[in-house]
Design a protein around this ligand. Sequence first.
Ligand code: K7E
Ligand code: CUA
Ligand code: CA
Length: 642
Amino acid sequence: MGSDNEVNDAQTNSRRRFLGKSAALGLAGAGVLAGCKENGAGAPGSASASAAAAGKSHGAGKAHVEPGQLDDYYLFSSGGHSGEARIMGVPSGRTLRRIPVFNIDPMVGWGITNESKAIMGTKPDGSLKYTTGDTHHVHGSYKDGTYDGRFLWVNDKIHSRLARIRMDTMECDKITELPNVQGFHGIFPDKCDPVDKSVNHTTRVFCGAEFAIPFPNDGRDLDDPSKWGSLFTCVDAETMDVRWQVRVDGNMDLTATSYDGRFACSNQYNTENAADQAGMMAAERDACVFFDVARVEALVKAGKFTTIGSSKVPVVDGRKAVNADPKTAVTCYVPVGKNPHGVNASPDGKYMVCSGKLSPTATVIEVALVAKWFDGELKTERDAVVAEPEIGLGPLHTAFDGKGNAFTTLFLDSQIVKWNVAAAIAQFKGDKTVKPVVDRVDVHYQPGHGYASMGETKDADGKYFNSGNKFSKDRFLPVGPLHSETEQLIDITGDQMVIISDHTAYPEPHDAIIVRRDIVKTRQIYNMDDFPNKVTADNAGITRNGNKVHVRLMSQAPAFSMPVIKVKKGDEVTLTLTNYDKVEDLTHGCALPTYNINFIVNPQETKSVTFKADHAGAFWMYCTHFCHALHLEMRSRFLVEA
Ligand code: K7E
Ligand code: CUA
Ligand code: CA
């Protein structure tokens, strides 16, 4: 019982069993016991949350997935400043995979093999250009308004890079560095082509930059931040080339796209364009800036753009002064609550919701009214706002259940608040009888992102909501000053939310998407022909060209094709390894002591490394990935002659 084969501790499992039992018996008083378990002194409301959860019994036990059974959903998450992406199972919380993207990972050899280094980007001497990353947002490719299972995209905030992950192999295949931006934070793929509406799948990925910098950033204007700016960037989903950029007034943060393909938008907390914190909080309201994508591309086509520094990317001017006439404008700045954080599209395609962060409100913007503004039929940008419910302190991100309800994370209140969008709109119109807030639940503690099952698609199913909490405090066994983060899974099928499990997360995921498992179709093994440098029986062995040596090696459990490999000190060695095993899950590793080589080859996969043989001696090249009863014997002698 309760062996979830992963991170859960006994405490979580026992609470889960306990909640299951109390639910079955319908014991309202069971919350007292749960309170004893969970209530840390001074912890905001944890006892009442548990009591409430025990009372709201319909969701209890739902997180348990029996041994041998599979989860219903994949959860694809960012990994924050670990630089990676991650996959978990929902509802079990099982950790399924870590996907290295901007970081080095010796488990798979990411940042070590020639192939991964070529994707990550290298300096002229062959070493990696960057070894750090900061991933915040993972989003999937769309078709017909829902995920098509082709690609995931994830951002790197540190070096302003966008990475793409192939979902058939769950490996990063391209990374693009965005020119002339810093603090690249929000990303979102479009859901259909903004120009050719018959193309009903993702064609572009939009990227919002948070920090303003000088143009170009080469040492000029250092003492005059008023001249700095930030750019909105469009990347081609297929080629991953940067298509164009738009200069905005103020900054950008999160990004969203409309279901009809016409708009991308980004919330702005620094409409003040200030260079210090007090300045960034000066205005009473900030904005959500909408981009009319087709109009931007028409200007690019007409040559109405500039370029910055050595970048060839067209930059269109989206600042207010040159976009005052709605009928020709490329941008529309809709005023929203002070220093907003997230912007999220409702699954019915009608609304964008910005969370207030420094305002206790969410701002609901009707997409059709933004379209009206661009058509010159709306008086002011402000008129696109159709609701602004008071929901609690520190609202950050909003998710949807597809039944008209929104779920917003409240960072300061340590709560998730469920509110009804239609009720909020009625209240805004003057109906004093409606109350938008439906329910609140305490989470532990200080949630950042929250996201719902299929919640960012038209197939939002209203089953699960995950609260990504930034502080875990007393929730898990203490492991030193650095704490785990808490991911709390919430059953949102009923009127009331019910927390059904806690999972640990290595710091620190920000955002994730929860994808139905039938959408994801992964390969079982690789196709050998996909690797142009594959080793065959014909070319296997050692070839020498001056001091350049190519070792072509094959693996098949439990042996490498050459028991002895001999080179000379000073040689530049390229080692190419093809795994000839065809059995699913039969991976081999290749480690070479002293030479800092460590990577794996999956069935039918080929990888290569290049290094200088600068230490004479005998080195056992061994298999690291347990593959066979004779795994330990799977090793070859790598001999370097003095
Ligand atoms: Cu709110 Cu980078 Cu999406 Cu963190 S961001 S939580
Ligand atoms: Cu091959 Cu272990
Ligand atoms: Ca502000």
